[in-house]
Design a protein around this ligand. Structure first.
Ligand code: IVH
Length: 694
């Protein structure tokens, strides 16, 4: 590769990765898997290393958009790493307070207010007072093992003091002090290296570095804010933080116990102003219910605890000129308008592009080319346009006309009634759509063909070897080996990976097909209900909408997909390749013994893990709920159950049963239940419940 080629490749990778960051962070609609993202990122990293002069100072390599890189070992978290819900004003916070009050059915609780450190989340495991493993958050279920790098952080205790539990986890944030960050950037610039955009990006980038010796040179710091352990002294968060401090952990002194919402608001007000005096960056305040029993009672939503919330400070804003609007075409044909801006410096980075979301948003803002617009940057990497400075509007400007044809294939765009986005309907031959479908197909949550990435998909298309994902299954070694940069080993791995994908279960195959609006959850529901692709393909809109949570729009998409002859042909080819197009027998429910009944599983059990019990409930037609209410039918009570929960259940006259009572209810022996349940849903450990938290 010569200098010019390197420069061009760096520019195109930088652009591509920024777009993926945008899709991931702003649209929350990633079009490639983490793995593919990391492959592109890696290529860019290595090129930037060889040709530092061409690196964009705002390069995605400094932001670390996707989190699971393949250089580190990926490890499943013992306890899932949840994130927090966000609030932005006193009203939203008061709604949170209301929910907590209602959930607990009481006003007798304390909050703990903490700073929200703007860094990189980390989970540490200590065994016998020594750090055994440090994991990044990753996707919350699994993260990267970055133990060696974490060990270089100066204020991380290597040997704990006092009376610490034998084996426990503690979580916190890795960050960089502002002054240290500036020093580091000055040093980098002196060496001719590009500077980092902000302290958070540089902390994140540093933790994911390959060489821990290099990490050691970077001034990282750490605060811990969450202890998860068995059999400790306290059942209160604040008290445990103080305890963790006594074992030697860095815990922020700016942590307050608050008795009510007003005290919380005072804390927020204080730090909204005082944050600029801190030596590090915070982006808000975190509010947590102090008592573990009460935390347990409130439980979790799919993504975050109901007992905690983040209050985010207002985003920083800047004004600049809107130079043009361009349109991107996604995998599903969705059109995304993007504002091209006169570069402006905002919260540590130079901003050239911003999100515009859709036609309505543009109309609402009455955006015009040449307008002075306000751009804001919250936590996202790509900022958004929030308004127009009408006083500065050029005299002859006219309202912006939204694109009416696809920028890639020229097909007239459609916008269906009730939808915000325009689509290019040409999914059979619009290039980014056709290619995007294959990239989606091989993704981790779809067919998981990890021997190939987006780049290989591009090469295969460019060489005319594939036109859709079904063509993957007729590729030959001779064809693949001729591709650019393809060695014998990678060629056979590639084919092996494709062949192995034939083992993927039906529900994931269905997701992989990339039917619009059929995400992971919908695919699972449809697979469970219709059991085979043939039954699904034959289903009418009415039959589809009869399924729980399947609405008319999804139904129309499904019917429309199967109505296309091309799709039928592709499915036939996939069938010929031996893919699973039927639900495996054991994936259905074991029985309907618990139909219509709700259960709450709490405590520690002798024969099952809590997750196995929950899976057994579902497999037998029952429903799991997360809190005690009058509507609850059964509480399955294990050891060390929280006394408050038990009291509440008793006062509501809820049937409290043991693990053995439950086994009797489903009328099956312990062994065959667990076996079948395990088949249906792999065991996954969630948070420890009452008594196993401190
Ligand atoms: S508690 C289950 N406390 O903010 C509760 N998080 O969106 C887990 N963060 O992933 C988080 N300061 O990376 C907590 N004092 C604090 C925090 C904090 C920063 C980060 C953390 C988390 C994200 C939540």
């Amino acid at each position: 590769m010569n200098q010019e080629q390197a420069k061009a490749r760096i520019e195109s990778l930088t652009q591509e990765l920024k777009e993926h960051n945008y899709k991931y962070y702003v649209l929350a609609q990633p079009s490639i898997s983490d793995y593919e993202f990391d492959q592109l990122l890696e290529e860019l990293q290595s090129l930037e290393k060889d040709y530092p002069a061409f690196a964009d100072p705002d390069s995605p390599t400094q932001k670390v958009g996707g989190d699971i890189t393949k250089e580190f070992t990926t490890v499943k978290h013992r306890y899932r790493m949840f994130s927090l819900g966000n609030t932005y004003n006193a009203e939203e916070l008061s709604e949170f307070d209301e929910r907590v009050r209602k959930g607990l059915g009481s006003d007798a609780f304390d909050y703990v207010c903490e700073l929200k450190f703007d860094g990189f989340a980390i989970s540490l495991n200590y065994v016998n007072g020594e750090l055994r493993q440090a994991l990044t958050r990753g996707d919350g279920e699994q993260g990267d093992d970055v133990t060696t790098n974490i060990k270089t952080i100066k204020n991380l205790p290597t040997r704990l003091k006092g009376d610490y539990p034998a084996d426990f986890d503690i979580r916190g944030e890795v960050f960089m002090h502002r002054a240290a960050f500036e020093r580091m950037n000055a040093d980098r610039e002196a060496e001719g290296l590009p500077g980092f955009a902000n302290p958070r990006n540089s902390a994140a980038g540093t933790i994911k570095m390959q060489e821990s010796a290099e990490v050691a040179k970077r001034p990282l710091d750490l605060f811990l804010y969450y202890v998860i352990a068995d059999g400790g002294q306290y059942r209160q968060h604040y008290e445990n933080l103080q305890l963790a401090k006594s074992w030697g952990f860095p815990v922020s002194e700016h942590t307050r116990k608050c008795k009510n919402l007003q005290e919380v608001l005072d804390f927020i007000d204080h730090w909204d102003k005082a944050r600029h005096d801190l030596s590090f960056e915070i982006d808000g305040v975190v509010i947590k219910v102090n008592n573990y029993d009460q935390q347990e009672e409130l439980g979790f939503t799919a993504k975050s605890p109901r007992w905690a919330i983040a209050y985010k400070f207002k985003a920083e804003a800047a004004a600049t000129i809107l130079e043009s609007v361009s349109y991107q075409v996604g995998r599903t044909g969705a059109i995304t308008p993007v504002a091209n801006l006169k570069p402006v410096f905002l919260a540590g980075t130079t901003v050239k592009r911003a999100s515009l979301y859709n036609e309505d948003q543009i109309a609402k803002l009455d955006l015009r080319i040449g307008d002075t617009v306000f751009v804001e940057k919250g936590g996202e990497i790509i900022p958004k346009v929030t308004g127009v400075d009408l006083d500065k509007r050029p005299a002859n400007s006219t309202p912006l006309e939204y694109a009416n044809v696809c920028p890639e294939c020229g097909t007239p765009l459609v916008r269906r009634a009730g939808e915000a986005l325009h689509y290019c309907p040409n999914d059979a031959s619009c290039d980014p759509q056709v290619r995007g479908k294959v990239v989606h197909y091989i993704g981790r949550k779809a067919m998981d063909i990890d021997s190939m990435g987006a780049e290989t998909v591009e090469l295969l298309f460019d060489a005319g070897l594939i036109h859709n994902y079904a063509d993957l299954y007729t590729l030959t070694f001779d064809q693949v080996i001729r591709l650019e940069r393809m060695a014998e080993k990678s060629a056979s791995n590639l084919l092996l990976g494709i062949r192995k994908s034939a083992e993927v279960p039906f529900e994931r195959v269905l997701f992989a097909l990339g039917i619009r609006m059929v995400g992971e959850t919908v695919a699972k529901k449809l697979a469970k209900k219709f059991k085979s692709i043939d039954a699904l393909a034959a289903a009418s809109v009415e039959e589809l909408t009869a399924v729980d949570e399947i609405g008319g729009k999804i139904a129309e998409q499904v019917v429309g997909f199967f109505a296309q002859e091309e799709n039928q042909r592709i499915i036939q080819k996939l069938k010929d390749a031996g893919l699973h197009f039927e639900m495996a027998e054991e994936e259905g429910p074991v029985s309907n013994a618990l139909e219509g009944k709700s259960f709450l599983v709490s405590g520690v059990f002798a024969k099952f893990s809590r997750d196995e019990l929950k899976a057994a409930i579902e497999a037998n037609g029952g429903r799991n709920v997360s809190g005690v209410s009058a509507k609850l039918d059964y509480l399955i009570a294990g050891d060390k159950m929280g006394p408050e929960k038990l009291k509440k259940a008793e006062s509501l006259n809820i049937k409290i049963i043991s693990e053995d009572d439950f086994i009797q209810m489903i009328g099956s022996s312990e062994s065959n239940t667990t076996e079948e349940v395990k088949e249906a849903e792999p065991k996954k450990k969630e948070f420890p419940s009452q008594g196993s938290l401190f």
